[in-house]
Design a protein around this ligand. Structure first.
Ligand code: IPE
Ligand code: IPE
Ligand code: MG
Length: 251
């Protein structure tokens, strides 16, 4: 009988350039469920199961921050039963996973409008952020009730309210008022589920991200898929509008 190694014992592939910050649009739960004759909420539950191994794998690689798009400002328009199901699921996932994340040194952050969420979820998110704030491991940002455009609107409102002069409205000033101010821009943006669009995720911050689209539905995305995405990233040549020599890449 062949004894398979535990997943955590699998050797890490050699990856020569790692993204500091990976952002993920976790898409495809509904289609995953439909293909199995299950409900959309079953799909979201299966999607939640995928979280732990994906987060662990990025941490094993030494990625500094992972941002997970779990609920968009547009997702409120889904049927009430689905929205309610996602809200309850988010609360359960925090209850179930918080200890493990905390023990792994993960720092949890929230991106988006917390105030519009059900009170029980608000307090759980706030507790998770508080409990893990001194941790020094990987940062996991939960983008829940997040919209890229709303983030920019809020940042501009702050600048206007502070009486900032037009000439001081700079890219750096806007960046520093976004909810992602403490993070480097995402180097790699992954979208599962086969669609090739940003769906109002980090529209400002992803200006120079490398995009990785995979047909794999989110509930099927695991450690092997993380490795594949990171390998693909390491093969990309980022130029930031310069000529290759300027950035020391493939001249
Ligand atoms: C992503 O999966 C989860 C959320 C947007 C909350 P979907 O629910 O969008 O799954 P598909 O795209 O319908 O398959
Ligand atoms: C984007 O997926 C939002 C999340 C994954 C949370 P959607 O399924 O909502 O996006 P569209 O509708 O395909 O653009
Ligand atoms: Mg979708």
């Amino acid at each position: 009988m062949v004894v398979l190694p535990q997943r955590a014992e699998l050797p890490l592939p050699h990856i020569h350039s790692l993204p500091r910050h990976v952002a993920i649009i976790m898409d495809g739960n509904g289609r995953w469920a439909r293909a199995r004759g299950l409900s959309r909420n079953d799909g979201h539950r299966a999607g939640a199961e995928a979280l732990r191994s994906v987060i662990e794998r990025f941490a094993e690689h030494g990625v500094e921050a992972v941002t997970l798009f779990a609920f968009s400002t547009e997702n409120w328009g889904r049927p009430r039963s689905e929205v309610d199901g996602i809200m309850r699921l988010a609360a359960r996932v925090i209850d179930r996973e918080l200890n493990t994340f905390h023990e792994s040194g993960i720092q949890l952050q929230h991106l988006g409008d917390l105030a519009a969420l059900p009170k029980g979820l608000q307090s759980r998110v706030a507790k998770a952020v508080r409990r893990t704030q001194q941790n020094t491991g990987m940062t996991v940002n939960l983008a829940f009730n997040y919209g890229g455009r709303a983030d920019i609107v809020e940042a501009v409102r702050h600048l206007v309210a502070a009486g900032v002069r037009p000439e001081d409205v700079t890219e750096a000033a806007i960046s520093s008022h976004l909810t992602t101010a403490a993070l480097p821009d995402p180097d790699l943006l992954i979208r599962t589920g086969g669609e090739r669009r940003i769906s109002n995720f980090l529209v400002w911050q992803a200006a120079y991200s490398e995009y990785y689209f995979t047909p794999v539905q989110w509930p099927d995305f695991g450690a092997a898929e993380v490795d594949e995405a990171l390998l693909e990233f390491s093969r990309r040549r980022r130029r930031f509008g310069l000529v290759p020599e300027d950035v020391g890449t493939d001249a």
